[in-house]
Design a protein around this ligand. Structure first.
Ligand SMILES: NC(=O)c1ccc[n+]([C@@H]2O[C@H](COP(=O)([O-])OP(=O)(O)OC[C@H]3O[C@@H](n4cnc5c(N)ncnc54)[C@H](O)[C@@H]3O)[C@@H](O)[C@H]2O)c1
Length: 260
């Protein structure tokens, strides 16, 4: 028996990386997946891959920093699939910046997508879930939000801290409506972004890809960085009936970098 049979799941930022792995795992587990993605070519490509594997999938071009896009996403999903059982707030953005380099534009961009966009997606979709009498929300935070110092920048860490706090508040507010809200806090995860950083280090340090990855992994207690699938496995569990009494938690998947 598939663990998410016929569940309708929206995954934001699903075009690549962690979001793509979650959308693919959900489809494999029988979910009908809405790919809420800013990049049209990535979104269409994944829609094609999932539907040709036999799953039901729909790409809806969405910028989660825009409230009008979020409302259109909620409405279009309901119209097309009839319900929304699971929301995965995965879209998040950042770049490498020093403490004194963060500008107002950087702050607004990072927070606009990563914390503001996430809140308004929760608010919009939770209205539907409340009326249905059930729902699961999975927020992709980061160990940066728990103060892990090797973060890309302080503004991003603040936005992810907000995600963890909002997860707790949303969980307690929505519990009586049978809506579970949890967060996943990934550590170092091998997405496209990660390999861009590795490529940069190959040039600057003159080492091979394997040596650079070994160097990065050396800082992790378990000596292994995440594949996107490590996050997707937990996201399946949190959306499934097996997690029916789990809510308000922030789960680290990081090989032991942060223990709390
Ligand atoms: N990769 C890591 O090491 C890591 C670690 C901790 C947390 N995270 C978090 O995991 C999530 C996914 O990270 P990733 O590494 O897969 O990122 P990624 O950059 O590889 O993918 C992000 C996806 O989101 C889309 N996107 C960007 N802005 C958007 C917007 N405004 N609206 C809708 N979609 C948008 C992008 O087009 C892209 O497809 C993010 O929230 C990130 O902060 C990643």
């Amino acid at each position: 028996m598939k663990r998410l049979n016929n569940q309708v799941a929206i995954v934001t930022g699903a075009g690549r990386g962690i979001g793509k792995a979650i959308a693919s795992h959900y489809a494999r587990e029988g979910a009908k997946v809405v790919i809420a993605e800013l990049d049209e070519s990535l979104g269409k490509k994944l829609e094609g891959e999932l539907t040709s594997s036999g799953a039901e999938a729909l790409f809806i071009k969405t910028d989660v920093s825009k409230l009008a896009d979020i409302e259109a996403l909620t409405q279009a999903t309901q119209q097309y699939f009839g319900s929304i059982d699971v929301l995965v707030n995965n879209a998040g953005v950042t770049k490498s910046l020093g403490f004194f380099e963060v500008s107002e534009d950087d702050w607004d961009w990072i927070h606009g997508v990563t914390s503001k966009g996430l809140f308004f997606c929760m608010q919009s979709v939770a209205r539907v879930m409340k009326a249905q009498g059930h729902g699961r929300i999975v927020n992709i935070a980061s160990i940066a939000g728990k103060g892990y110092p090797s973060t890309s920048n302080i503004s991003y860490a603040g936005a992810k801290g907000a995600v963890i706090a909002m997860t707790r508040i949303a969980a307690s507010t929505l519990a009586s409506d049978n809506i579970n809200v949890n967060a996943i806090c990934p550590g170092v995860t091998r997405t496209e972004l990660y390999y861009e950083v590795v490529k940069g280090k190959i040039k600057t340090l003159g080492k091979s890809e394997a040596e650079i990855i070994e160097m990065f992994d050396g800082t992790i207690p378990i000596k292994r960085s995440n594949e996107p699938e490590d996050i997707a496995d937990l996201a399946v569990f949190l959306a499934s009936n097996e997690a029916r009494n789990v809510t308000g938690q922030s789960w680290n998947v990081d090989g032991g970098l942060v223990c709390d």
